[in-house]
Write a protein that binds this ligand. Structure first.
Ligand code: ZN
Length: 278
């Protein structure tokens, strides 16, 4: 039994088949990310979660405004977010955070304001957050010119210390792609590190090193489906069933067995989200 701690289910035309594939691969619980195409559709993941079958694969949901949509974090969008976040099937707020990679994204002040507003909503409802953080390290020159010298990780960790740590609530670093120091600081702040298909890529030596050495009780696995398919499926449509491939890769890195890794990450997920315990 495995849990996919981060997937996007909104756009699958064959969702019943995708859920059946997950179940057949032993992926029995999914966290569907409720960012939609922006705030207007952020409720979609929650609708899917409410329709998920009582047997087979269980779907839980988040709601959030992605940093690339930060300019849409209007008072009415935040009000919708606050309302949806109270739903018992919504277990986290996200994915929220900072993205200094894409040139088209809202500017830094808009991203940070939307992030802080959502931290406050999550704190009020006492639910964990799931974080998206992308730096400009590998961005095109125009994007580097827009965002640098600011660093998304530095800004993110500073905002979490100011606006999240005082609430004593945990969270997830989704698709963890930082370095060892950023991992250590995330762990200090009470976060779990969730590893996605990119951990299997040849250039991911640093992510692999973090996945190898992170404390067993703070790791999760995810797909970020339909994006980021693990090797050997890289470049294809991803789906939650493929959590099993990433989990096997992480188990090998850590010198443990896939069943032990599955049991550990499942226990971690249920500790983080007690209401999901079967
Ligand atoms: Zn995502």
């Amino acid at each position: 039994m495995l849990i996919d701690s981060h997937c996007h289910l909104d756009d699958y035309k064959d969702l019943p088949q995708v859920l059946a594939n997950a179940s057949a691969a032993g992926v029995t619980t999914l966290l569907a990310i409720g960012i939609g195409d922006g705030p207007d559709t952020m409720h979609r993941a929650l609708e899917i979660a409410h329709q998920s079958p009582t047997s087979g694969t269980q779907v839980w949901a988040t709601v959030g405004i992605h940093p690339q949509e930060a300019h849409q974090a209007t008072p009415s969008a935040l009000e919708k977010l606050a309302r949806l976040s109270a739903d018992p099937r919504c277990i986290a707020i996200g994915e929220i955070g900072l993205d200094y990679y894409h040139l088209d994204n809202p500017d830094i002040p808009a991203q940070q304001a939307a992030f802080i507003a959502q931290l406050e909503i999550a704190a009020a409802v006492r639910k964990p957050i799931t974080i998206h953080c992308r730096t400009s390290e590998l961005a095109i020159p125009a994007a580097k010119a827009k965002y640098e010298p600011a660093d998304a990780w530095d800004d993110l960790l500073r905002l979490l210390v100011q606006h999240w740590q005082p609430h004593g609530l945990p969270g997830i670093m989704h698709c963890f792609s930082g370095n060892e120091q950023q991992a250590a600081r995330s762990l200090e702040l009470g976060f779990y590190l969730s590893f996605a298909g990119n951990v299997t890529y040849p250039k991911s030596a640093t992510i692999q090193q973090v996945a190898r050495t992170a404390p067993a009780d703070r790791i999760l696995v995810e797909t970020d489906a339909p994006f980021l398919a693990p090797i050997p499926l890289r470049g294809q449509r991803n789906e939650p069933a493929h959590t099993a491939i990433t989990a096997q890769f992480v188990a090998n890195l850590r010198g443990t067995t896939p069943p032990a890794l599955a049991a550990q990450t499942t226990e971690n997920f249920h500790r983080l989200f007690p209401t999901t315990t079967p």
